[in-house]
Write a protein that binds this ligand. Sequence first.
Ligand code: SAM
Length: 334
Amino acid sequence: MRLDQYMALCLGHPQHGYYMTRDPLGERGDFITAPEVSQTFGELIGVWCIAAWSAMGEPDTFNMVELGPGRGTLTSDILRAARRLAPGFAQAASVRMVETSPVLRARQADMLAGQGTWHDRFEDVPAGPLIVVANEFFDAIPIRQYERRGGRWHERAVGLTDDGLTMGLVEADFGTPGSDGDIIEAAPARCDIATIIGQRLAQFPGAALIIDYGHAFSAPGDTLQAMRRHRYVPLTEAPGECDLTSHVDFEALGKAFRAGGADVMPVITQRQFLLAMGLEQRMAKLTERADAATRSMLERQMTRLAGEDQMGNLFKVLAATSPRLATPYPFGRS
Ligand SMILES: C[S@@+](CC[C@H](N)C(=O)[O-])C[C@H]1O[C@@H](n2cnc3c(N)ncnc32)[C@H](O)[C@@H]1O
């Protein structure tokens, strides 16, 4: 079975898929995401969304879309910030959650007190102006891997032997030059989603903000990983019980948005984004009336989100907009 097929089944099988059967987030789950680390993450993204809405001409109604919203914390924090800073934005927002997991849909509905409409795919979001946010969504979209051996490319696949599930290689027709030992990842499903969003941004005023772990420029390497209870495990260890993800190739993702017709800003790190958006100032405000224990918790949260050896540099931020839309700070146009 091809790797992308294996990944799609492990994560999304209606009965046994990892995301379909559980809420994997949090200390007691398998991993923690930035919106779960601190409310400031979603608030600062909220400020960015308000700036994008202004650049769009403050439409009376627009689709506020989140892809793969987990517990719904990011959208909830965006809307809370907007109610304080730009009530017009909050009133105009038609909240659209793109989510396949019934378990997580229920958590999101609780978090948003039912405010929202749920869709299986981005394509189902109705036409019109839009703002799209996605944190740790694209890393969960299935990928394919090619490995160079004996001067030829092979595709990595999963098979069943007497020892159980095993990774193996099958013949592949893959044209890229390479040297023995190289592994190249391709994510056609990921690129398809980006191109479809890019097409929407070319048709209607809007902007998209994509945050994920990955690299700004395409490079060979094996980044596929399985995680269970905050630890890495072999890919075939427990299908449907582990989170399978890979690093996002932001150069390829940017090209896919452009292919759809969107403008794409140069990729920056999560650290650059959050500091430019005012992370330190927001944390200082929260610290003002906090006791010592809360203050040290806020400090730890800030280090976790923006620390160079933590999420700060590993996570990248890509912004795509409708052509010629004024670039929302802090991105420069490429
Ligand atoms: C790693 S979680 C991230 C959750 C959230 N964005 C956060 O930052 O806390 C991945 C999310 O994407 C959803 N998801 C995974 N594959 C999906 C797909 N093909 N279509 C829609 N949602 C998907 C999962 O159910 C989950 O909500």
